[in-house]
Design a protein around this ligand. Structure first.
Ligand code: G3P
Ligand code: MG
Length: 244
């Protein structure tokens, strides 16, 4: 079975640093996380970058869509000040920037394909191309994950060697068929919705399991007791300390 860590940072360490930035990845590493999840979208000119929302507004202040904004314009924005003044000036990283930082820190990436409308396959393709080129799996494991079947299918075609995770907020009835077809290694479910029964079914079917996004230590303990392998959290340091 695929080896997931017990605790994984969410969007880096989104509780303590601006999500999906290099400083957030660094903060997760400083808190002891060995794996981080982050979201990847395509810029208007097709470059995979770390970002969560369709709109740039919430984290950069710019009233425009990611899908309409080329990388050169994204480079003029900053995505840190909204979180706290001390992070002002923090740029939107490309996927390549993030992987090179993680590789040098010995941290594994869980790269979420987060498409703008209608771009699931294109985003999956671009993520898989960069992963195949920039991530040496023999040095450290990695995952590509998505809620979007077309995104995972594109990744499966382009970089079948990079393990895949199927995401579901609530367990879907047909998760087994999907996971089988897309040859997934792990299944990640919303922590609020994962019952003991489904946790056991996932385990018995031979998949690793993770839950997102769990920031309450009590809930984390309960989910681990149900047989979940990995807690994806905004506060990897705090959750790991509470579980020890
Ligand atoms: O990895 C799963 C989790 O990140 C999905 O939710 O919206 O935070 O990307 P979201
Ligand atoms: Mg995500």
């Amino acid at each position: 079975m695929f080896q997931l860590p017990r605790v994984m940072g969410h969007r880096g360490a989104a509780g303590d640093a601006p999500e999906n930035t290099l400083v957030s990845l660094r903060t997760a590493a400083e808190q002891g996380a060995r794996w981080v999840e982050f979201d990847v979208m395509l810029s208007g000119d097709g470059v995979p970058v770390l970002f969560h929302d369709d709109s740039l507004k919430r984290t950069t202040g710019r009233d425009a869509l990611m899908a309409d904004t080329p990388l050169a314009s994204l480079r003029k924005l900053e995505a840190g000040a909204w979180f706290a003044p001390k992070f002002a000036g923090e740029p939107i990283p490309t996927l390549e920037d993030a992987l090179s930082f993680l590789l040098s820190s010995g941290i594994s990436p869980n790269v979420e394909i987060k498409p703008s409308k209608g771009k699931a396959a294109a985003t999956g393709r671009a993520v898989a191309e960069v992963m195949a080129r920039c991530w040496p799996l023999e040095r450290a494991p990695a995952l590509i994950c998505s809620f979007y079947k077309e995104g995972l299918a594109a990744a499966q075609r382009i970089a079948p060697q990079v393990p895949r995770a199927f995401l579901m907020r609530r367990p879907a009835r047909d998760w087994r068929q999907t996971a089988k077809k897309l040859e997934c290694s792990t299944i990640h479910v919303g922590g609020r919705w994962l019952s003991a029964r489904v946790a056991q079914e996932i385990k018995q079917a031979g998949y690793g399991s993770a839950v997102f996004t769990v920031n309450d230590p009590k809930r984390a303990r309960l989910l681990l007791a149900r047989g979940v392998d990995c807690i994806i959290t905004d506060a990897p340091g705090k959750i790991a300390a509470a579980l020890d």
